[in-house]
Design a protein around this ligand. Structure first.
Ligand SMILES: Cc1cc2nc3c(=O)[nH]c(=O)nc-3n(C[C@H](O)[C@H](O)[C@H](O)COP(=O)(O)O)c2cc1C
Length: 387
């Protein structure tokens, strides 16, 4: 067994074990992938202040996200098709998150259903919803999430229309995978993945098939998806959906000060500064670059979280020191899941936790809740000067 010390180690194993179609689905951004690349490279531009001769005993990374205790401020982001990266992937990831003490967010477009995850976990998880036109479907989705004990919903606002990811079109991405000469040749080399998939019944969209009107099998799903997203979404509709749910709400995909102000005004419990991991608007700034302006505008009114580009505990620390109250990992946990199932997600969380804890210590801090911009060296004009 290789010694795993970084998220990149997990990514290498993940790439070897997972069908190309699903590896590509995760490891891509939209169009030129500029935003996808800058999400990570912008974290590298921020440096840390090394401090010495400071008491570093009794450190803690414990804090809260939307009032919920977390072992560290890192939730698992909603990732569609997680159950294609590894059989029963959502259940495995949710279990790893629960044992670690961090929130798991289930995507609407998951393979395992809300009920599947609830039956296999013991603590409440979060449920992500896309803003769909069909009120009936939304209502039933909320009812199901409530029945499953979900403690918050995450409403994703940045996917009214879908950003184009070239590789998905070229690979003919689908769940279950379409069998073409190329996909069969590739699947034949991923026998571990295939054997596990043969042992599960969960191979298509568990929250949609059999629940959305007119979608009784995977073949009818693509026409449903094309029609289902609410292109006319506005803030009034967001407010209606928040009311329809009636519980804690996190608004995801905020990349603009004006939008952040609107989200805060609606009374969201938190917002996520996120560009969907560079999968939607290519050319948008990285999340970490947008964070300071959004914090300045609404940081005292709403809890501000961040995702997109986090690949290490150092990245988490940088976001927290900037002023975020929580972060999310998408690909970083998917790499672990595809590499080694539940154990891989646990490994990813352990790697990030160790990096976070050690870096915090070397910056002279003992409590994640005490870190602030003082530990950062941010290059001049980091946020850019845009007209
Ligand atoms: C493969 C993949 C699928 C995703 N599916 C969803 C989804 O179903 N709903 C959603 O709100 N965000 C989705 N996202 C975006 C993530 O929730 C998150 O914003 C993003 O992964 C953060 O960037 P990171 O991967 O660099 O950590 C997805 C991201 C990836 C990589």
């Amino acid at each position: 067994m290789p010694v795993i010390t970084t998220i990149d180690d997990l990514k290498r194993i993940y790439k070897r074990r997972t069908p190309k179609m699903f590896y590509d689905y995760a490891e891509t951004g939209s169009w030129t992938e500029q935003t996808f690349r800058e999400n990570t490279s912008d974290f590298d531009r921020i440096r840390l202040r090394q401090r010495v001769a400071v008491d570093m005993t009794n450190r803690t990374t414990k804090t809260q996200m939307i009032g919920q205790d977390v072992a560290m401020p890192v939730a698992l982001a909603p990732v569609g098709l997680t159950g294609m990266q590894c059989a029963d992937g959502e259940i495995k990831a949710a279990k790893a998150a629960e044992k670690f003490g961090v929130p798991f967010t289930l995507s609407t477009l998951s393979i395992c259903s809300i009920e599947d995850v609830a039956e296999n976990t013991t603590k409440p998880f979060w449920f992500q919803v896309y803003t769909l036109k069909d009120d009936d479907f939304m209502r039933r989705l909320f009812d199901r999430a409530r029945d499953a004990g979900c403690s918050a919903i995450v409403i994703t606002l940045d996917l009214q229309v879908q950003g184009q990811r070239h590789k998905d079109l070229k690979n003919g991405l689908s769940a279950p995978p379409k069998l073409t000469m190329a996909s069969i040749a590739n699947l034949a080399t991923k026998w571990g993945w295939g054997l596990q998939m043969l042992q599960t019944k969960r191979r298509t969209f568990g929250n949609v098939i059999g629940h959305a009107k007119g979608v009784s099998d995977p073949s009818s799903l693509s026409s449903w998806t094309a029609e289902a997203f609410d292109h006319a979404l506005d803030w009034k509709r967001v407010a209606d959906l928040m009311k329809m749910w009636g519980g804690k709400v996190i608004l995801k995909g905020i990349m603009d000060v004006e939008d952040a102000k609107m989200a805060a005004k609606l009374g969201a419990d938190a917002i996520i500064v996120s560009n969907h991991g560079g999968r939607q608007l290519d050319g948008a700034l990285s999340s970490i670059r947008m964070l300071p302006a959004i914090l300045d505008a609404v940081g005292d009114k709403v809890e501000v979280h961040l995702d997109s580009g986090i690949r290490s505990g150092q990245d988490v620390l940088k976001a927290m020191a900037m002023g975020a109250k929580g972060t999310y990992i998408g690909r970083a946990f998917v790499y672990g899941l595809g590499a080694m199932g539940e154990k891989g997600v646990t490994t990813a969380l352990n790697v990030i936790h160790k990096e976070l804890d050690t870096t915090m210590a070397l910056c002279g801090k003992r409590d994640i809740q005490d870190v602030d911009r003082d530990i950062l060296l941010v290059p001049k004009y980091f946020e850019g000067s845009w007209a």
